[in-house]
Design a binder for this molecule. Structure first.
Ligand SMILES: N[C@@H](CCC(=O)N[C@@H](CS)C(=O)NCC(=O)O)C(=O)O
Length: 103
């Protein structure tokens, strides 16, 4: 069973949207923001204190973009899956965080 820890307005919205787009069943754990202050027990689950946190069996992930790629890859085939290498490159380029300025 997939479990997603989420705060309103946080980047955890990315995997939440992905789970909905894929039509997967999951448990959603809503947390107050910031969880490290308003829900200190959460630190036992995620010492980073950040959201998202995705649990899927033995898999534990805390990076929103990587979680979306993981869901697309592991819950294939699906409409969001990318077959061709060129398309995969474009997706990876598109979802990769870019530094604000590289001088
Ligand atoms: N690099 C992570 C960022 C995770 C992150 O910093 N989440 C923020 C919300 S967007 C958070 O939980 N902040 C609360 C805190 O640091 O106490 C990602 O892209 O998913």
């Amino acid at each position: 069973m997939i479990t997603l820890y989420h705060c309103v307005g946080a980047r955890s919205f990315r995997p939440l949207w992905m789970l909905e787009e894929l039509g997967l069943s999951y448990a959603l754990k809503m947390l107050p923001f910031p969880p490290r202050v308003l829900e200190p027990a959460y630190m036992e689950l995620n010492p980073l204190g950040t959201v998202p946190l995705l649990l899927d069996g033995a898999v534990r992930m805390t990076e929103s973009v990587a979680i979306c790629q993981y869901l697309a890859a592991t819950h294939a085939p699906n409409a969001l899956q990318v077959e061709a290498a060129e398309a995969a490159a474009a997706v990876a380029q598109g979802v990769s965080p870019r530094p604000a300025a590289t001088g």
